[in-house]
Design a protein around this ligand. Structure first.
Ligand code: F6R
Length: 267
């Protein structure tokens, strides 16, 4: 696992966008796995800017999103389909028929999960999967305690996740309680993984993800077993790693490096 330092959210987003951009340039017909949430918003914004300048072309790309709430139609402002359209797809030249998101309105969970696994398989798998991380270590909506060997499945969201997501809804009762999500197995099958994290509230979980035991209690800890994971995190999110395992963080500026050397020497 490579962990890259970024000074702040904007710099984290530029670095992440650079990695995605390189993927699209090297393989124009690549399959991008995408995420929603606050963490990747400025990454998408940066990619849109480069697209506007003519530096990146999404016309041959396909996308598969990690997850979708059950019971929200695509035109509901809180659905992940709406999020992706508003924050990314409508600004670039991706063909909408090449974008894929679980259908939250399909009441037949087994059929929907089977369909979505088939979509990923028929595309030949995911070249680069973008992830955020939940405060409890979830990736996608794979909550603590879930099995590592699952592909797309239907989950009940934990109280903590519902609490974290209520900021997007008028009332907590409006937050859906179920979602379709790619499973850990689907994520681990991606050829490359890029995880973005910002803010001090992610510091402890990033530390546990990167250094702790690999256990279902911290779903993201499984990423230690993937052979091509890049984490791009800003300084607040790296607080615990910089204090306790600074040698794991690459790309520190010179001023920060001497500070980490000191921390290591004092250990
Ligand atoms: C989003 C997703 C979630 C988020 C995670 C972090 O598609 O699957 O796992 O990545 O909840 O969310 P933010 O970025 O809002 O902190």
């Amino acid at each position: 696992m490579k962990i890259l330092y970024a000074k702040d959210y904007e710099s984290m987003s530029r670095k992440a966008a650079n990695i995605i951009s390189a993927q699209v340039i090297l393989k124009p017909n690549c399959v991008l796995g995408l995420a929603t949430g606050s963490s990747p918003i400025a990454t998408y914004r940066q990619l849109i800017q480069w697209y506007d300048k003519g530096d990146i072309d999404f016309s041959a790309c396909s996308t598969v999103n990690l997850d979708e709430y059950c019971g929200l139609p695509k035109d509901n402002e809180q659905s992940y389909a709406y999020f992706m359209y508003e924050n990314f797809f409508r600004h670039i030249n991706i063909r909408m028929e090449n974008t894929n998101i679980p259908d939250g309105m399909n009441p037949d969970a087994d059929a929907e999960c089977r369909r979505y696994n088939g979509v990923i398989r028929d595309l030949g798998g995911i070249d680069l999967q973008l992830l955020g991380i939940g405060h409890n270590g979830h990736i996608g909506f794979n909550e603590p305690g879930g099995a590592f060997e699952k592909e797309t499945h239907c989950v009940s969201l934990t109280r903590q996740t519902i609490e974290a997501n209520k900021r997007f809804f008028d009332r907590i009762e409006d937050v859906p309680t179920k979602a379709y999500t790619m499973g850990i197995k689907s994520i681990m099958n991606a050829k490359k993984i890029l995880l973005v994290a910002s803010g001090e509230s992610k510091s402890d979980i990033l530390y546990r993800m990167a250094t702790g035991p690999i256990e279902p209690g911290v779903p993201a800890s499984i990423l230690q077993l993937h052979n091509d994971v890049t984490v791009v995190a800003d300084e607040p999110a790296l607080k615990a790693l910089l204090a306790n395992a600074p040698e794991m963080v690459s790309g520190l500026p010179e001023s920060r490096k001497s500070f980490s050397d000191m921390a290591m020497a004092m250990k």
